[in-house]
Ligand binder design. Structure first.
Ligand SMILES: Cc1cc2nc3c(=O)[nH]c(=O)nc-3n(C[C@H](O)[C@H](O)[C@H](O)COP(=O)(O)OP(=O)(O)OC[C@H]3O[C@@H](n4cnc5c(N)ncnc54)[C@H](O)[C@@H]3O)c2cc1C
Length: 646
């Protein structure tokens, strides 16, 4: 901690959330009675913000100020590493509900805490831990050369590259753009931001305590990913402006041959022992086939390809879609445009999120940077509030008799609190209320944060239309009910070709079988979303059935997936194995299991139509697991699940 005057310390602590602060204080003082003091006031991971009495919050801050002075002198926290039982107790108190013991190891890893009974973790040290510098030094590959090709330098590709570096395994990345970042490089529409809180949407191995906002805008996230690329020296491994068109497996050499084209049109080939395919689920924009679109004379803009100098000021804009990008771009441009017509096919649950527009104060940054144990506990709170604390809401209760608007008592309670927000925001506008309330239960689609959506809908220059699009004319859109919407710009907030995974690459596995032959146009399947039979040494990230539907962060996913296949890559390098290929029965059993689990979750509700499903109605993008389930499933690869060629 820097040399800060005591009065300044107390002032900075005003920027602290009292619950993580109390948890940090327990580490520093060993005073478990704090748990009893705060427990009655915490009714959920967010619910304490208003319910902790100000005098209690103030006394926690006073005590922390005193403690920080003492700690500065002694440098010894009393409970630097509490037992897992105490950690469990602290976690449960911090979020106001019982957190199962099973969460302890995952959360400790994710939030970077230590426990005194460390044998619990060491007993089954994850491969990622083995990739720590300590293990990396001991790691002696027995086969050379072994090289990995990564396709894509978004968050997933970067995560994999960083882990390979720790293992000391050579790699090359192919990236079609001229910069790293993927989603956050490409999406530049006004208002583009995360809807997962940033102190959770970051790698656990690279915490950032200086996010400008609680839900930062695209530039800050892109800067963070660029920082990761620089810090871990990834850049020099990347072939930028180079798109991989195909990858072909050679059974004789047990290697992959990648074909790519750079921006000058020149073709290249590269041989690699393994491929990490990190091309993202949300990378290829979807443009709806609207009748007459080709005759439209205005400008058509997809949110993921927002032109740098697009002028919307005083223009008539039609915004097609009301999903994640639409609810961000609409409020960001509404006060500039002459008119904004929002064309809604089906509504979204757009809900209150604490701090959604909040700037992180300098005091809060000081606390995150200087109060020992505060940042991990704050991350844990977010992890629960935006992750598994919501998982129950996905489950269809077969005995539920509360109507088709919800799927269980928990889901109904969340619906009611969402409705409260919508009613408050649209007070006096029953016309809008009737249009915006989705006709499917909460969590039927991604639940979105409200950063001004309802306020925007109430503006005089904004109209919400719910009739289907019939025809696009030269400068207008005609709806089924005869309404004509004049438009200089059509903004397509229409999402991505998510189900058409790995498209347009041609991936040929063992025996020349192609991924498209296996998956068709939109029916991708894989074991854990990572490996598939007939495609040896081919590891996918953010692949089939991996998207998290209840909350959570894609960066958490990337870490789980990297850790899993790093275990396989480690085995390939140390056990004289040339290739690993997922066993068909393992793959099939897994897919049967997830299909069955998915049929019991909210997205399978008959009222839900979503991009999570393919043309036949099978859910192909989302996983049925809680974050804990997926973390455990991907904790350690079992070689018995794989055919091995030696
Ligand atoms: C607007 C928006 C907001 C989002 N907000 C959140 C959020 O709040 N929380 C959350 O968890 N997730 C969010 N997501 C999901 C987001 O995609 C993930 O969080 C994450 O960024 C995915 O990283 P990725 O590396 O897997 O994929 P991407 O970021 O899509 O990266 C894939 C990379 O592969 C490259 N590539 C693709 N094909 C080829 C090829 N053939 N050859 C060479 N390179 C190729 C692409 O150029 C790209 O750089 C959001 C997505 C969008 C679009």
């Amino acid at each position: 901690m820097p040399d800060t005057a005591p009065t300044d310390i107390r002032a900075h602590l005003e920027g602290a959330n009292p619950v993580p602060l109390a948890m940090a204080l327990i580490h520093l003082t060993g005073d478990l009675s704090l748990l009893e003091q705060i427990a009655p006031h915490v009714r959920g991971a967010w619910e304490h913000l208003e319910s902790i009495p100000p005098e209690l919050a103030s006394s926690i801050r006073d005590r922390m100020a005193t403690c920080l002075k003492d700690i500065n002198a002694t440098q010894t926290p009393v409970m630097a590493a509490p037992s897992s039982q105490i950690i469990q107790q602290m976690m449960s108190t911090a979020v106001g509900e019982a957190v199962s013991e099973a969460y302890v190891p995952m959360l400790l890893e994710q939030v970077g805490l230590r426990v005194s009974d460390q044998h619990m973790l060491h007993a089954e040290d994850p491969p990622e831990a083995q990739a720590s510098p300590k293990h990396a030094q001991a790691f002696k590959p027995n086969r050379h050369p072994f090289e990995v090709a990564i396709i894509g330098a978004g968050a997933s590709g970067l995560c994999a590259a960083i882990q390979l570096k720790k293992l000391g395994i050579p790699y090359t990345i192919f990236e079609k753009n001229d910069e790293v970042g993927g989603t956050w490089y490409e999406n530049r529409y006004p208002g583009c931001a995360v809807d997962t809180p940033n102190h959770f949407y970051q790698f656990s191995f690279e915490p950032n305590n200086n996010w400008p906002n609680y839900f930062s805008q695209r530039d800050a996230i892109q800067a963070y990913l660029q920082h990761c690329a620089d810090k871990y020296e990834v850049r020099s491994h990347v072939h930028f402006n180079t798109e991989v068109s195909s990858a072909v497996f050679n059974e004789e050499t047990q290697t992959w041959l990648l074909h790519s084209t750079d921006k000058t049109g020149q073709s290249h080939t590269k041989e690699a022992n393994a491929i990490i395919c990190a091309v993202g689920q949300l990378n290829r924009p979807a443009i709806p086939k609207l009748p007459g679109l080709s005759q439209y004379e205005g400008q058509v803009v997809h949110t993921a390809a927002w032109p740098e100098h697009l002028v919307v000021k005083d223009k008539k804009v039609a915004l097609i879609g009301t999903g994640a990008s639409a609810v961000q771009v609409g409020p960001a441009i509404a006060d500039q445009v002459a008119s904004l017509a929002v064309l809604q096919r089906s509504g979204s649950w757009v809900v209150r999120r604490p701090n959604i527009d909040g700037v992180v104060s300098e005091d809060t940054k000081w606390v995150l940077n200087n109060v020992p144990f505060y940042a991990p506990w704050y991350r844990f709170q977010l992890f629960w509030a935006f992750g598994d604390g919501l998982f129950e809401a996905l489950k269809i209760d077969p005995t539920w008799e509360g109507g088709s608007e919800s799927i269980s008592a928990f889901n109904a309670r969340l619906r009611e609190s969402m409705m409260k927000h919508i009613r408050r925001e649209l007070a006096g506008r029953d016309d809008l209320l009737q249009k915006v309330v989705p006709d499917f239960p909460p969590f039927g689609k991604r639940v979105l944060g409200d950063s001004g959506w309802y306020k925007m809908l109430k503006r005089d220059n904004v109209r919400l239309e719910t009739a289907a699009i019939k025809q696009v004319h030269a400068r207008a859109v005609e709806l089924d009910d005869g309404t004509i919407i004049e438009a200089d710009i059509l903004v397509m907030a229409t999402g991505f070709q998510a189900g058409r995974m790995l498209w347009p690459m041609d991936i040929q596995g063992r025996g020349g079988v192609t991924i498209r032959e296996k998956w068709g146009d939109d029916d991708p399947r894989a074991f854990l979303g990572i490996t598939a039979p007939e495609f040896p040494n081919f590891f996918m990230m953010y692949g089939p059935n991996t998207n998290i539907g209840h909350g959570g962060s894609a960066l958490f996913l990337a870490e789980c997936q990297s850790r899993y296949f790093m275990g396989l890559i480690h085995a390939l390098n140390t056990q004289n194995i040339r290739s690993v290929e997922c066993r068909q029965e393992v793959h099939d059993r897994y897919n049967d299991e997830i299909d069955s689990l998915l049929s019991k979750l909210s997205w399978s509700h008959p009222a839900v139509s979503t991009w999570y499903k393919n043309a036949k109605g099978r859910i192909v993008t989302n996983q049925p697991w809680s974050l804990l389930d997926y973390w455990r499933l991907t904790y350690e690869a079992q070689l018995s699940d794989y055919h091995q060629v030696r």
